[in-house]
Design a protein. Structure first.
Length: 137
């Protein structure tokens, strides 16, 4: 447990910011906002609501927590290259994101496209952040 004191806190903060900005881009009108909003039933004027601000704040807090936990997993695995760190991010995505989200979407009769948008964001994010955490000592 002594390794907990030896994390690069700046790398964790930057990783959280990467996830947050990636999410802002991923769910922007330039990429997937329109189909995502249509599938989840979000009104077009929701971007101006207080709910959106609370969501953005809670997203950053969640991204910070995720980066902290992923840093543990990368360190425990002994990942010391971008590829190995990305691999850890990928298996975390497969086991903890895709595996539960896919059947949940089936139970909820959600379109596969919604799973692909949401899970795709997390796959890209975890690959990038896992790799970054592995190479930034």
């Amino acid at each position: 447990m002594h390794h907990i004191l030896h994390f690069n806190h700046l790398a964790i903060l930057v990783s959280a910011l990467i996830l947050w900005f990636l999410g802002a881009a991923w769910y922007s009108p330039a990429l997937f906002a329109k189909p995502w909003m249509a599938m989840v039933g979000t009104p077009k004027d929701a971007a101006k609501s207080k709910t959106m601000i609370a969501g953005m704040i809670s997203s950053f807090i969640g991204d910070l927590l995720l980066a902290f936990i992923l840093a543990h997993m990368v360190k425990w695995a002994g990942a010391d290259s971008f590829g190995f760190g990305a691999f850890i991010g990928g298996i975390v995505w497969l086991g903890f994101f895709a595996a539960p989200a896919f059947p949940q979407g089936i139970y909820e009769s959600r379109p596969f496209k919604l799973f692909a948008i949401n899970a795709g964001y997390w796959l890209v994010g975890l690959l990038i952040v896992g790799g970054l955490l592995a190479v930034w000592p």
